[in-house]
Ligand binder design. Structure first.
Ligand code: SF4
Length: 498
């Protein structure tokens, strides 16, 4: 994948994509806001969610051992996977042991993260996605572009065409007279998937939560396909990130209120499935749980970044992000797009060795809306800034860059009141100099919102800087001077304005 700026450039040229994204993100965010406004104690609930997750992370090792013991006591087989390769090998081995060449899947970010479908395909095992949006993505040989709505970039006429062109290649074909009515599209998918549910011997899932106290795994979904996968096959394999553990069953109370309102804008989730190991004569009689690290312990070691492990994958941050709304998820080059992807991917993979990963912390305007809506109070802008510093540090080669020199000079200036005062006085001169530049050939002046003058494009090497930002003309009168002259605005006529 190309770095984010190049990928975003391509996405921005796709007007159909931008129209689909705008419609979908605004619909979901408005719905979320309405149901969140109904809850008087929403802020307290957010604080509680963050606290439970932080307490869990502080004792993650102990909770994981408790979870393993609870699961084992209820007949489940627990596997530990350090990375994607180990996790995929475990799942493939269980499937091979049962002699199957296909599995059905519940939508799961963890299995997408480890590229399980591709690993199983390499062993001759087909992995069928059963979530409607994931089915659309899989049939279209596409990539998900949203955590919750993976086919958000597709409209219904595109979906109809995908069904007509590709359903027959993997099972029951779509009806020849299929229209783009949502009811008909859902009906075609239902018939196509029903065959697979009834045939499959092995299912693969993730889990939204894993309760250490009781050994209970929880899957939260909206279509009922998850429940079919979790109950019909003989064997169930769940791939669970180690940060999904919750200490107590009672902790679910908080998260089952936070998650549906933040994700789909619903008061209650339609299908919440819970299972604790094996129940004789009911549901899968062989249950495997793969506890996945794949970089999570490195994230835990990062004092600023570890808050990302609180994430409950609700996608509220995507739906309010002005960058995501315009580029969509593919530009992020990962199964984790949007603001959470911009921090989680660099945290999981580490920075300094992949230009695409290093570009992600910059895929933000730092407006802070992601933090405001996050149900577990992840301060995404704080982590973005922290990661930007790490990216810069990772690329230092001993010689200071122009940016380093400018920052050092600024630091010298800001550290001393006398020097700062001189710089402030110089801003009036700078005003005249920069304003004068706008008259020069190759220099384009423009006006910023609010009417402040700016240089939109500098000539020569300065263009590298002004290509991505405007250079505001410094004010003729500094704030300090204005304050002194007007006594804090009480005498406006005494102060000049630029
Ligand atoms: S970072 Fe917060 S808002 Fe974004 S997906 Fe995770 S929990 Fe939801």
């Amino acid at each position: 994948m190309p770095p984010f700026p190049q990928a975003a450039h391509t996405a921005l040229a796709d007007t159909q994509l931008r129209s689909n994204l705008r419609h979908a993100t605004h619909t979901i965010r408005d719905k979320r806001q309405r149901v969140v406004d109904e809850v008087d104690q929403w802020e307290a609930l957010r604080t509680k969610g963050a606290q439970v997750k932080d307490d869990m992370l502080a004792h993650l090792d102990e909770h994981l051992l408790t979870l393993e013991a609870s699961l084992t006591a209820r007949g489940a087989i627990v596997h530990w996977a350090r990375d994607a390769a180990e996790a995929c090998a475990i799942v493939a081995q269980v499937a091979t042991d049962h002699g199957v060449d296909e599995v059905v899947k519940v939508k799961s970010m963890a299995t997408q993260e480890i590229e399980l479908n591709e690993a199983l395909a390499a062993q001759g095992i087909a992995a069928w996605e059963t979530d409607l949006a994931e089915l659309i993505v899989q049939l279209g040989d596409d990539l998900p572009s949203h955590i919750l709505v993976p086919a958000i970039h597709r409209n219904r006429s595109e979906i109809r065409q995908i069904f007509l062109d590709h359903m027959a290649g993997s099972g029951r074909p779509a009806p020849a007279d299929l229209t783009d009515e949502p009811r008909e599209l859902a009906g075609a998918a239902r018939l196509h998937l029903r065959e697979k549910f009834l045939r499959a011997k092995v299912a693969v899932s993730g889990a939204n939560f894993a309760v250490a106290e009781t050994g209970t795994l929880v899957v939260v979904e909206s279509e009922g396909n998850g429940r079919m996968c979790l109950t019909l096959p003989e064997v169930l394999i769940s791939v669970v990130g180690i940060e999904k553990v919750l200490p107590r069953f009672a902790d679910l109370d908080t998260f089952l209120q936070l998650l549906p309102r933040s994700s789909t804008g619903e008061r209650m989730n339609p299908y919440t499935s819970m299972w604790s190991g094996i129940t004789p004569g009911d549901g899968p009689q062989e249950v495997h749980v793969v506890l996945l690290d794949n970089g999570r312990t490195n994230v835990l070691a990062d004092e600023v970044g570890r808050q990302a492990l609180r994430c409950i994958r609700c996608s509220a941050c995507l739906n309010v992000c002005p960058v995501y709304e315009r580029t969509g998820g593919h530009a992020y080059g990962s199964v984790y797009p949007g603001p959470i992807g911009a921090i989680l991917v660099p945290l999981l993979k580490g920075v300094g060795h992949d230009a695409q990963v290093d570009s992600l912390p910059y895929a933000s305007s730092l407006c802070g809306r992601c933090y405001e809506v996050c149900p577990v109070k992840i301060d995404i802008p704080e982590v973005l800034v922290h990661l930007r510093a790490e990216v810069v540090d990772a690329h230092r080669d001993g010689w200071p860059t122009g940016m380093d020199l400018a920052m050092r000079a600024t630091s010298v200036l800001f550290a001393d009141p006398g020097r700062m005062s001189l710089a402030v006085k110089a801003s009036g001169v700078a005003n005249r100099v920069v304003a004068g530049l706008t008259g020069l050939p190759g220099v384009h002046g423009r006006s910023l919102p609010g009417g402040r003058a700016a240089i939109g494009r500098l000539p020569g090497p300065g263009a590298a800087w002004s290509d991505a930002r405007d250079l505001p003309v410094p004010p003729r009168t500094s704030f300090r001077t204005w304050w002194t002259q007007t006594h804090g605005g009480r005498d406006e006529t005494a102060g000049g304005r630029s």
